[in-house]
Design a protein around this ligand. Structure first.
Ligand code: AMP
Ligand code: MG
Length: 294
């Protein structure tokens, strides 16, 4: 696959939020800009080139995340929705494991969206999504999402063109409503190369303990790679908005993927700046009442 990124790339020292290095600015797809996966380097590491340093930074980043998560939880008003999309083997599950492992399980949840159940199929495509939005104070991670309804559904021709093509506008409207209700939305596309997918599928076959992840259908999906690329490009272009931008993460290197996603979540929670309320209590009086009897 081609070089290390399109013209939208900024250098790692020039973050738009004033920080020394905004990893968000580096990977965010600006609304209205063009996006071609063929110009994107899935093996690039634009935010940090030193693998050892990246690996060292991940635990620090995760503990900073945990502290901010606690504040979000205590504040109890706003929430965070993290959407993970990517081809098979792109590392959606691995990202959940490595980036969100240190958080308090009481305040974080994961939903994996599979083929719709018969009940889900009887409803609008956003029905099952709305039911899993994060409650105030919590973080929800979507492993696949409503985007499947313009990706697999389009490529596998599960509905007519005039049905899925109207969904981009619906998704934009939906995400705007979600954001307006106090949910910050982060959408990650984990971009792997065709060759890297082959390696990972082979690894699943070779390791008996990973073989359960291999489905023969994954090979039919892989055979439609160019169609999935086109569907992803259209979806990402059409639905990268100010309130819910897409972040395109080079994911051939797992360490880079984990580093970049963790940093982007951290930058986002820092910007949200959740506050622990300080109740106006008469501390001296309460301490007096807690004093042991004499
Ligand atoms: P996995 O993520 O490997 O567990 O696979 C889940 C499967 O469900 C994938 O093949 C998805 O494409 C499929 N899937 C998820 N959402 C939908 C949907 N809305 N319509 C059809 N298939 C879906
Ligand atoms: Mg799978």
């Amino acid at each position: 696959m081609a070089g290390d990124g399109g013209g939208k790339r900024r250098n790692a020292d020039g973050g738009s939020d004033g920080s020394a290095r905004s990893v968000r600015a580096l990977h965010r797809l600006e609304p209205g800009s063009s996006f071609l996966l063929s110009e994107f380097g899935p093996a690039s590491t634009p935010g940090i080139d030193d693998e050892d340093r990246a690996r060292d930074e991940i635990p620090e980043t995760v503990s900073a995340l945990a502290e901010l998560q606690e504040r979000l939880w205590v504040e109890g008003r706003r929430s965070l929705l993290v959407v993970l999309q990517g081809m098979d083997t792109s590392g959606k599950g691995g990202t959940v494991e490595h980036v969100f492992q240190g958080l308090n399980p009481a305040g974080v949840d994961v939903t994996s969206f599979k083929q719709p159940t018969p009940e889900e199929r009887r409803h609008h495509f956003l029905w099952r999504i709305r039911r899993r939005l994060p409650a105030p104070g919590t973080i929800m991670i979507f492993d696949r999402s409503h985007y499947e309804d313009v990706l697999v559904v389009r490529v596998e021709r599960l509905v007519p063109d005039d049905v899925w093509s109207k969904r981009y506008a619906e998704i934009r409207r939906f995400e705007r409503q979600v954001a307006a209700r106090g949910t910050t939305i982060l959408k990650f596309f984990l971009a792997i190369s065709y060759d890297e997918q082959r390696e990972r599928l082979l690894a699943r076959l070779e390791d008996p303990l990973k073989r359960w992840k291999f489905r023969e259908g994954d090979l039919e999906t892989r055979a439609r790679w160019p169609e999935y690329v086109a569907a992803y490009e259209d979806a990402i272009r059409a639905c990268s908005t100010d309130v819910a931008p897409w972040y395109v993460i080079p994911a051939d290197h797992k360490w880079y993927r984990n580093w970049a996603v963790a940093r982007i979540v951290l930058e986002t929670l820092r910007e949200m700046d959740p506050r622990i309320p300080i109740p106006d209590l008469d501390v001296a009086e309460l301490e007096r009442r807690l004093a042991p009897p004499n």
